[in-house]
Design a protein around this ligand. Sequence first.
Ligand code: TRP
Length: 445
Amino acid sequence: MSERAKFATRLGVITATVGSAVGLGNIWRFPYESGMNGGAAFIFVYIACVFVMGIPVVVAEFIIGRGTHKNVSGAIKTLSPGGKWHLIGWGSIVASLMILGFYSVVCGWIMDYLFAALRGGLHGNSADFAKMLTSLSGSAWRAPMWTVIFLFVNFYIIQRGVQRGVEKAANLLMPILFVLLIAFCVNSLMLPGAGQGLKFLFSPDFSKITPDVVIEAMGQAFFSLSLGLSCLLTYSSYFSDKARLVRSASIIAVLDTLVAILAGVMIFPAVFSFGVAPQGGPKLVFEVLPAIFQQMPGGYVWAVLFFLLMFFAALTSTISMSEISISFFCEEYGFSRAKASMLSTTIALVLGVLCALSFGVLSGCKLMGMTLFELFDYVSSNILLPLGGMFFSLFVGWRVERRIVDSQLTNNGTVNVRTRRVLLVCIRYIAPAAIFVVMVFGLLK
Ligand code: TRP
């Protein structure tokens, strides 16, 4: 690559990174994690994690990426010449492919639902949809088939490159998704018994906060913000030197959290109104959503629109996950974009199909009591992402020259960042220490 790609516009910077952050993490994972971990108490800790660890780590990744305009490994080599820290890059690649693997399974479910919606086949109540999902996820061919199809769509876009694929799609679709979510929230709030769902979401019982809940909330914050895997680092390497890092980080964190909360307001009133157990786990959203659409006027259109937009939201996230390994293989090993895309897609295909089968044929294969899908989800979000985040913030806080950090934060002294001091304290001490404490208590209990 002679000249490195860049996002074309300022809006592109925000929509592409928000496109990465907003995905199944908000609309599928956040509700199911909240449901399993006690609702409001979990959400409270989650929001605290977004501010105490999330924003500082986003800024740390941005400083490394935009400061060097390189992939993760190249960036670390540039900022810390001669050291071995760049090997972290490999960790990012492995973890990103693991996530891509299990994430594609859920994307596959979305596609199956989208086609069912298009055929007008989403009829019944939440119990029927529970059966529908069990038969889909347990199928030895349907779930893996959709996973494979999804990864091919993803492949098609990623091999075309940064600007043409990612930026355009994100610019158009993210705002539509947002408006649609609001419509669904309004609808859910009008369901009989909606109040119970709101209470579950917003009235915290602090006695429910256990080390488990805290580590899950931290994992969710990292997952939802696309943090710790050098995903935002890679995207920020395509930012122009005029992009404002702190402002962008705050916008991303606020929008991402808002979308997650909206998803909660869309799902939980319905969960309680339909008498579904909130602890339903990864399948929860798929049981409740179609039932919501059904009792709205024009339900057919709502269902199709929703699954279509979810598909695109998920796609902008998987594109960003793929970009980590693509930029790495292209820049460090001189691969062509096509070859790098093929390599990462092939690995993701293997992992994805195994994860897809782990609800059916492979459901008996368990490691530490978890199926492969659950294991990838748990290990990546609750362990690898926070570890990565801790590394990036320590690296920026202690290893990168202060001059570079300052010039990145303030765009060479041209913008005044009032929160600079606080932010630096968070990056150096508070975020890494908090991550460490949560991990020690959460994992060694
Ligand atoms: N944040 C995305 C979501 O909420 C998922 C995602 C994209 C991600 N890139 C990532 C998660 C990098 C961890 C790391 O759906």
